[in-house]
Design a protein around this ligand. Sequence first.
Ligand code: ADP
Ligand code: MG
Length: 371
Amino acid sequence: MKLDVDVLRYLSKDDFRVLTAVEMGMRNHEIVPSELVHRIASLKHGGTYKVLKNLLRYKLLHHDSSKYDGFRLTYLGYDFLAIKTLVNRGVFTAVGRQLGVGKESDIFEVAREDGTVLAMKLHRLGRTSFRAVKSKRDYLRHRNSYNWLYLSRLAALKEFAFMKALEDHGFPVPNAVDCNRHCVIMSLVQGYPLVQVNQLQNPDSVFETIIGLVVRLAEHGLIHCDFNEFNIMIDDDEKVTMIDFPQMVSVSHQNAQMYFDRDVECIFKFFRKRFHLNFQETTDGDDGSDIDTDEGSRLSFASISKTAGFLDKELAASGFTRKDQDVIQKFIGGSIEESGSDDEGSDDGNESETNETNVDGLDSLHLAEQI
Ligand code: ADP
Ligand code: MG
């Protein structure tokens, strides 16, 4: 998605006032009636009309007259609101080139006043899940675009909270700088996603480090759930950084064992294929938990997860509540169950019943602003 931030320069105070009015209206309306936009923005002399035209031209709003005359924010409009807030807070002053296109996000470079470059992740929930969900049932008939914004906001909030907590516990993750709406600002990771790396000096020790991370996460009560070559960055010194946290779950999750095994298996598979590491065949124990390698004894999920626990305590204190977790888990749960990894698309195409999300937690809306 193109993010033409030059437009930001041309937007006036009134433009943002009207954009914000639409955002406010979307708390209760799928499409915000024009009349309500006028009322919330309360610009003098019918000024709102002219501004709306401008915002439509820049594609920051979408006009919908199917049921009544009204407007909703586009992702671009939502981007601009977040960017403006963060710029006003002094978090960064400029937006640069696009760093990556994730499954459900766009990542850009942003620069601080002193020239430090950071990474900005704009969550775009619904971009791919939309298709998956849509194919099964008309999920969106009653779940409007507003909910995608809401879910993207929750995803950002969750990612920010988890990144911070992981960093505090010494995990190699980007530094979580700030968060607003669906946007997370973090330090820029040097290096490349592992998927782009064809040669390593020390594949064995990189493998050890990476598997060690999955284990240590589980010991802290967490499972990444999308732990693969797309979400592991590696620099020229072969230092590893993990990214992408919105889908993480607690080891107390009902499918924890399956997620953990899948994360581990992804890494084994990738290193076997790409770096020709030889592992003994994997075997499934009765509980499906053991992987029969030299690392096997360390990888027994049942024993690792016994010491679980920082998720509920620390993350609850971070502003990301159990309820937020439930809402996002219900939604993302569906997509992680069907994909598991960014690679080659879905393997079995099974759609989880968890797609049947009933998103009604509107009271979480202000969380991003509180942290
Ligand atoms: P998604 O959830 O959509 O998969 P990711 O967080 O995995 O998004 O990011 C997508 C891509 O953007 C990554 O594969 C990586 O190339 C790039 N990227 C993400 N975060 C950073 C960062 N902090 N520094 C540098 N590149 C990043
Ligand atoms: Mg990713």
